[in-house]
Every structure is written in structure tokens, then in C-alpha cells.
Design a protein around this ligand. Structure first.
Ligand code: PLP
Length: 371
């Protein structure tokens, strides 16, 4: 449905209209200058070949250092696998952990490719409906109840999450992980929005367990969506199988992106400034949206998303998103993309754009709603 919104937005722009884009979940900022400079220098050498299957050694070592610096955790670089974005990491993780027919729990609302990739691989995504009572997270009780219906082989969580931006406190993550492990349910933690936490610091599942599989990416914090590079922290027992899978599926991750990603860690000060901008955008929306009638907003803890209940305006968020775009030229994503059950009540707004645009979006929508 977001594709429909994007196509309609493109038509408005072709006609000379100026659309404020809050539908696409990617940073508007550029990657760190250090990453661009390293990539430029690498291009000038003229040759970029295949690399080691799990990534160039300096990058795996640098990612390991990142865990020490950011979480106080020692991770053996051998456990780090560099991947083509976190997207490829999902496929590798599912292929290495699960067999066709396995049941894997994912939260609703949630990032749709989890369930789509699982289905494409012949697995059965088990959608667990979450609510405000549990801060939009799967709880141990929910997991075990589903496991008793028919055994689960895995559970995948994200914190901060897409589309809600809500985070699991460390204690909630620890309890869910313990429940999963006590039942032999494999645990996958999507940590792609780590670094973009405002309410409280995000905890990595790698710190709580050696058997959890952690997925991360350079796409969001480092603003490198188009470079298609991410990583996994693997349980030791899985290193060999992921090595073989990636070797067969992709040979290696693009060398240029690996070189840029390694240098990106030198640009953290720039990325912290970008993060500060998101934080200001978040404040603009948290102050402005309730004044124009968007009173029910889910906890906006991290990432750059805000998930608003719009049921007081309309029974169908797809229709509502179309009308907002047509009337105000603000593009938002209908919740049905993330939640086939209750998504018709919600829209997602991405606040990774310019601050002036956030203010303008609130004003345009407020004028339309008569506020
Ligand atoms: C929660 C979540 N996980 C993973 C991804 C995939 O990102 P990438 O493949 O660029 O790392 C996204 C992209 O929006 C996302 O929102």
C-alpha cells in the first residue's frame, strides 16, 4: 500500500506539487564523509574483487570493537558475519535455523518482510498480536501460549521496532529471551535501529545470550541504505553454516560497501548530529500532532517512526492516507502494511526528514482537519 502512496505522490510532484515525504523509512542525510572518502579512494585503485565470504577481517574486527565501545561486550570477530543489508541476514538466519514447515513467531504490528521471507522459504510465520498493555512487544506468556498450541521453532523481535518506534526495556528483552531459550525456541533480534534510541538505551540480545542471533545494519544509524550492508552476530555453532550459505548464495558482500562501512565508524560524531536532528523532529511531532487531533500515539522511543491511531478520523487508514496526500501533499504509510488485523486504525509517519518539513506537515494536516 505504501507503493500506492508513493506512486500518487510522484504524480503530484510531476504536476508541480511539493510533497512532504513521511512514508519512506530511510534517512534523508548522507553517510559519514569518512565512508564516502574511503569508497572514493578504493574506486581509484581500479580493482574490487570478491572478499572473504563472511567479510573483510578489518570490518569484522571493527564491528566487534563496536560491541565493546557501545555495550561493554566482548564479541569474537569470528562470530561477526557481514551481510548484504540486514535483509540478506534474515534469509541467511532463517535458512540456517529453520526447516520448511517450522513455525516462527513475529509481532503484529511488524516489519512485513519478516513474514514474507519466512513464507517464501516455506516456514510458517505465526503473528502474535501485541497491544499497549505490553508496550507492543511479545511477552513470555504470549510466546509460551502460542508454543503450547503447536511448537514454535523461533521468535523474531525488533527493538526499536518498525512501524511503532517502540522499544523493549532490557528486562523485557531478558525475560522473553529466557522464556524462549527454556523452551528451545531460537531467538532472533533485529537491532537495525540501535543507535537511534531516545527514551532509554537499547540493549543488545548479544549481551544477554550467546545463542541469540543478532542482526544489524549500516542502513539506518549510518544512513547507508543504498550501500546494502549489514551484519550478524552469530552463535558459534552457526558460523560454518552461514559461511557456506553466503558463499553459495552471494560469494561475498560488495567490497566497496565493506570498505565504506569500515570507515563509517570514524564518522560517528556526524551521525550523532543526524540523530539529534531526529530527536528534534520527534519533539516537533510529539508537541504538534496532539494539538491537531492525533492524540493516540504509540510510545515513540526510538528509530524514526511514529505510529498514530487515526480511528477517530476514519475507519480505513489506507483511504485516510490517500486523502491526506491528496488534500495536504503529506505522504504517510497506512498501518495495514504492518498489521493486516488492526492496521486500518493506524498510520506510520517517518520523521527522518528536515525539521522545517515536520513543522510544515503538522500545519498542513492541521489546516485540513480544521485545527
Ligand atoms: C525493522 C527493519 N529491519 C530490517 C530492515 C531492512 O534494512 P536493510 O536491509 O537496509 O538493512 C528494515 C528496513 O526498513 C527495517 O525497518
Amino acid at each position: 500500500m505504501v507503493m500506492d502512496v508513493m506512486a500518487a505522490a510522484a504524480r503530484i510532484e510531476e504536476g508541480g506539487g511539493r510533497v512532504i515525504h513521511m512514508e519512506v523509512g530511510q534517512p534523508a542525510a548522507a553517510p559519514p564523509a569518512s565512508a564516502i572518502a574511503a569508497a572514493r579512494a578504493a574506486l581509484l585503485t581500479g580493482r574490487l574483487g570478491y572478499t572473504e565470504t563472511l567479510g573483510i577481517a578489518p570490518l569484522r574486527a571493527r564491528i566487534s570493537r563496536h560491541y565493546r565501545e557501545s555495550y561493554g561486550l566482548d564479541v569474537d570477530p569470528q562470530r561477526v558475519a557481514v551481510t548484504t543489508g540486514s535483509s540478506a541476514a534474515f534469509t541467511l538466519a532463517f535458512l540456517t535455523l529453520f526447516e520448511s514447515g517450522d513455525r516462527i513467531a513475529v509481532a503484529l504490528p511488524g516489519y512485513p518482510p519478516y513474514r514474507h521471507i519466512l513464507s517464501a522459504l516455506g516456514c510458517q510465520p505465526v503473528m502474535i498480536e501485541t497491544s499497549e498493555v505490553t508496550r507492543w512487544a511479545i511477552t513470555p506468556e504470549m510466546l509460551i501460549a502460542e508454543h503450547r498450541k503447536a511448537p514454535l521453532k523461533g521468535v523474531l523481535i525488533a527493538s526499536p521496532a518498525n512501524p511503532t518506534g517502540t522499544m523493549m526495556p532490557a528486562s523485557a528483552l531478558r525475560d522473553l529471551l529466557a522464556a524462549a531459550e527454556s523452551e528451545g525456541i531460537k531467538f532472533i533480534s533485529d537491532e537495525i535501529y540501535h543507535g537511534l534510541d531516545y527514551a532509554f538505551p537499547a540493549e543488545t540480545a548479544a549481551k544477554l545470550s550467546d545463542t541469540a542471533l543478532v542482526i544489524n545494519s549500516f542502513s539506518k544509524y549510518f544512513c547507508m541504505t543504498g550501500w546494502r550492508i549489514g551484519w550478524m552476530v552469530l552463535p558459534v555453532a552457526l558460523i560454518r553454516s552461514v559461511d557456506r550459505l553466503q558463499g553459495n548464495l552471494a560469494i561475498s558482500v560488495p567490497a566497496l560497501s565493506q570498505i565504506a562501512a569500515l570507515a563509517a565508524f570514524d564518522g560517528r560524531a556526524e551521525m550523532e548530529a543526524v540523530k539529534h536532528g531526529y530527536e528534534e523532529n520527534r519533539n516537533v511531532l510529539l508537541t504538534g500532532l496532539p494539538k491537531i487531533g492525533f492524540e493516540k500515539i504509540l510510545p515513540v522511543d526510538g528509530a524514526f517512526y511514529l505510529y498514530a491511531d487515526v480511528s477517530r478520523f476514519c475507519g480505513d487508514s489506507h483511504e485516510f492516507a490517500k486523502r491526506i496526500l491528496a488534500e495536504t501533499h503529506v505522504a504517510v504509510t497506512p498501518g495495514l502494511d504492518f498489521d493486516p488485523l488492526k492496521g486500518s486504525r493506524f498510520i506510520r509517519l517517518c520523521y527522518a526528514g528536515a525539521r522545517a518539513e515536520m513543522q510544515e506537515a503538522v500545519e498542513r494536516m492541521g489546516a485540513w482537519l480544521g485545527k
